[in-house]
Design a protein around this ligand. Structure first.
Ligand code: NDP
Length: 329
């Protein structure tokens, strides 16, 4: 039987999520890759235990994570049942709906019909009565935002999710969604944008909208899917995401221009006694605008390395300027 590390809350930093009552660990773990049916169940289980032992209380999933879609929720549900029943109240579990999940007109986007059906399916796969956060995963250009937000509001009021959030919304749509939810009496807890040294779009307005509204933010793919680590400095390892079937990271993404930047960033990291991954995560968390960096992992060593980031989150003005120069070069 798994017994969690008694020291687990001593090494992690917890940040308040916007103006809510919720604290998020500075590093959270996502189950997008490496938790589907092709993965070793034992390794998946070890990664969740390792994360929890390090004070990572927040686990992020979605209806479609796998492959096949739904299998990451199923596997996580089994891991929770086998090991974490007595720790449920110490865990913050999120899921999402928005992307394609099943055929026909009700299996994706943002209708009330889809969101309710999808969350019910997710709860069954996860073997949970409720999730802590339920997200609308991507904006829907055709469903009125009022319908989607009313569905999130009702889901929260029914207790199927304690909090609600949005993901992949631009600044303008995020503001509209936040205002609608506020008027309905269910504040938007959090936004989940893609944000890293390689993807800085949220700096153009979104992060300010969230700060002004008191909404938290959790940056997904803060390691650029693994590019902002030592993973690809000497070629493309066989067991890496870029070598696998993921359409989101291809061997051609590991190009000379990227490697040039990585080698320069690595020198800054070394001067700070950090790994490249730790530099990239610390940078995401540098000015307090991001509540948590939402990493993925394929083994426990990666999680241990990422969690250790929090021992050095401070940057000098010179370091930040140097990093900016490298990223635009
Ligand atoms: P990252 O950018 O953190 O990339 C994770 C990958 O980086 C790992 O799978 C691993 O690659 C590599 N890695 C991690 N730590 C280390 C380390 N210390 N040293 C070397 N390599 C390392 O995040 P993801 O792209 O995986 O996304 C994280 C989470 O964000 C997802 O699980 C999901 O929860 C969420 N997400 C949300 C989306 C949305 O639309 N809302 C979209 C995408 C993700 P390898 O597997 O090759 O070992």
């Amino acid at each position: 039987m798994y017994i969690a590390n008694e020291e687990r809350y001593n090494g992690m930093k917890y940040n308040r999520c916007g103006k809510s009552g919720i604290m998020l660990p500075a590093i959270s773990l996502g189950l997008w890759h490496n938790f589907g049916d092709a993965a070793s169940f034992e390794n998946c289980s070890d990664m969740i235990k390792c994360a929890f032992d390090l004070g990572i209380t927040h686990f992020d999933i979605a209806n479609n994570y796998g492959p096949p879609p739904g299998s990451a929720e199923e596997n996580f549900g089994k891991i929770l049942k086998q090991n974490f029943l007595s720790y449920r109240d110490e865990m913050l579990i999120s899921t999402k709906a928005g992307y394609y999940m099943w055929q026909g007109p009700y299996g994706e986007w943002g209708s009330k019909k889809y969101l309710f059906s999808s969350l019910d399916q997710s709860l069954k796969r996860l073997q949970l009565d409720y999730v802590d956060i339920f997200y609308h995963h991507r904006p829907d250009p055709n469903t009125p935002l009022e319908e989607t937000m009313a569905a999130l509001d009702l889901i929260a009021k029914q207790g199927k999710a304690l909090y609600v959030g949005i993901s992949n919304y631009n600044a303008e749509d995020a503001k509209k969604a936040i205002d609608i939810l506020k008027a309905l009496g269910t504040p938007c807890l959090i936004h989940q944008p893609k944000y890293s040294m390689l993807e800085r779009t949220p700096e153009n307005g979104l992060l300010d909208v969230l700060q002004d509204a008191g909404v938290g933010s959790i940056a997904f793919s803060p390691l650029g899917g693994g590019r902002l680590t030592n993973r690809y400095l000497h070629g493309i390892p066989e067991d890496s995401r870029a070598a696998g079937a993921s359409p989101f990271l291809k061997p051609t993404d590991i190009n000379e221009s990227l490697l040039d930047k990585l080698n320069k960033l690595k020198i800054i990291a070394e001067n700070r006694d950090q790994s490249l991954a730790q530099l990239a995560l610390a940078w995401v968390l540098r000015d307090g605008k991001i509540t948590s960096a939402l990493i993925g992992a394929s083994n426990t060593a990666q999680i241990i390395e990422c969690a250790a980031t929090i021992s050095n989150l401070t940057f000098s003005i010179e370091e930040l300027a140097l990093i900016d120069d490298i990223l635009v070069s």
